[in-house]
Design a protein around this ligand. Structure first.
Ligand code: GAP
Length: 436
């Protein structure tokens, strides 16, 4: 994990937020490559969940909503962790993370803990110029509620009838007591949530299982190792009382299994809660049956920061090999899927000080840029390959003196490290084929 964290900083994936002021716990910034990596993860989710489905519509709700939204959802009254402090070293723990309470695991003091206290995880803010209680508001702890309170607006304007889904990707905030494990548990993060509404016609569990299957295929199609991924079925006692089924998608991180996504059958709980508090009818009107009903809800909620971190960790490899001269070499490589890789093709000029090579290489890069995520570089080819391996670029193209004679370039693959001569003017076609 230390190696990955160091690489993430060195190559511009992830930086500590506000680093020059000493950083701030549980908050991170995405660097030039990390921003693209996370964007690609979100695009991959959006493509599969929204664009390839004719029954899912897009949504984007505000981060701050009416405080009563959080009353109805239960977050105001029940969205808390139990915390406990060491009176000696002041370290704060989540009570459920402390196995043995006789001795502080941080400073070793005996019987030094405070009584456990509830701690609401919602971040508070205030709206308007007066900081009195009437202006208290919250940064959303999940994006889902924006969809529930708009349910009627959405189905009426989009002319959808259950079964249909609403998808949203956006920031959520939780004042975690103990953020940690790099970007795994943070206080500001992005969620990709699908709320899929179905009629109560007996096919709901089948739809639930179909979404689980679809999400399974999604992780597999972007190359996440199946042996490090599991779909853990929550038992009756682990699920909230209103949920009919629940599956946690978990990845085996260097520190153990951690949740990436939760898929849940939530019944009518969320719409019921908003109808009860707002007094508004959010039920669906079935024209054919001339009757109102409250649809059941199947939810898939994935953390995009955790998923981006998973892609980074899963792709990471320190590879030892023997070069043609019998010398043992080692390289660090990120084996990103081509859709996820921040840079897809790097184009090099063999020499820095040869204008004709530089010109040819930059013009090849310009021709590839509209179609692929490209990067131009020049200098020592061995070093350039190592750098691109480290950021997970699937292909490198080198322009050399031979290119000036016959137009051919060297195409080098990240995974096999094989190099081949190919015609420079056929690169778009070739790469289109290989980057699929
Ligand atoms: N609407 C359902 C919901 O929010 P959740 O299990 O609380 O469910 C869904 O959250 C996902 O959001 C988690 O599986 C995780 O990937 C992500 N997530 C939750 N808290 C997080 C945190 N503090 N840091 C990073 N990601 C988080």
């Amino acid at each position: 994990m230390e190696e990955i964290t160091a690489l993430a900083k060195r190559r511009g994936f992830i930086f500590q937020s506000s680093e020059i002021y000493g950083g701030i716990n549980g908050l991170w910034d995405y660097g030039p490559l990390g921003a693209v990596l996370k964007q690609n993860v979100k695009r991959a989710w959006w493509r599969d969940t929204v664009e390839l489905r004719d029954d899912v519509v897009a949504f984007d709700s505000s981060i701050i909503m009416h405080p009563l939204v959080w009353k109805a959802s239960g977050h105001l009254d029940a969205f808390h962790d139990v915390m406990i402090d060491c009176k000696v070293c002041k370290h704060r723990f989540r009570a459920d993370h402390l196995k043995d309470r006789s001795q502080c695991p941080d400073c070793g003091s005996k019987d030094s803990f405070t009584e456990p206290r509830n701690f609401n995880l919602m971040m508070r803010t205030s709206i308007g110029p007066m900081e009195d209680t009437s202006s208290v508001a919250y940064l959303r702890p999940e994006t889902a509620q924006g969809i529930f309170v708009n349910f009627k607006n959405i189905y009426q304007s989009a002319r959808k009838r259950p079964p249909f889904g609403v998808a949203q990707i956006g920031k959520s905030f939780r004042n975690e007591i103990t953020p940690g494990n790099f970007t795994f548990r943070v206080r500001e993060f992005e969620q990709a949530e699908l709320e899929y509404f179905v009629p109560d016609d007996g096919a709901d569990m089948e739809t639930f299982r179909a979404w689980v299957e679809r999400r399974k295929n999604w992780y597999a199609s972007y190359g996440i190792a199946s042996e490090r991924l599991r779909f853990y079925e929550l038992t009756d006692s682990e699920r909230p009382h209103y949920a009919k089924a629940g599956i946690d998608v978990e990845y085996l991180f260097p520190w153990g299994w951690g949740e990436l996504e939760s898929i849940a059958h939530r019944g009518t709980y969320d719409l019921d809660a908003h109808m009860a508090l707002s007094g508004k009818d959010l039920r669906f009107f079935d024209e054919a049956a001339k009757a109102h009903y409250t649809p059941l809800l199947i939810e898939s909620s994935a953390g995009m920061d955790r998923t981006a971190l998973t892609f980074l960790i899963d792709a990471y490899e320190r590879e030892r090999s023997v070069d043609p001269n019998g010398k043992e070499t080692e390289r660090t490589v990120l084996r990103f899927h081509p859709f996820i890789a921040p840079v897809q093709v790097a184009i090099f000029s063999l020499a820095r000080n040869k204008p004709e090579l530089v010109e040819r290489a930059t013009s090849i890069e310009a021709a590839l840029r509209p179609e692929f995520r490209t990067q131009y570089d020049e200098g020592n080819i061995g070093q350039l390959y190592r750098r691109q391996d480290e950021i997970g670029t699937p292909f490198c193209v080198t322009v050399d003196y031979e290119t000036m004679d016959d137009g051919s370039v060297t195409l080098r693959s990240r995974d096999s490290m094989q190099q081949e001569r190919v015609p420079g003017d056929q690169l778009n076609e070739l790469l289109r084929e290989r980057l699929r």
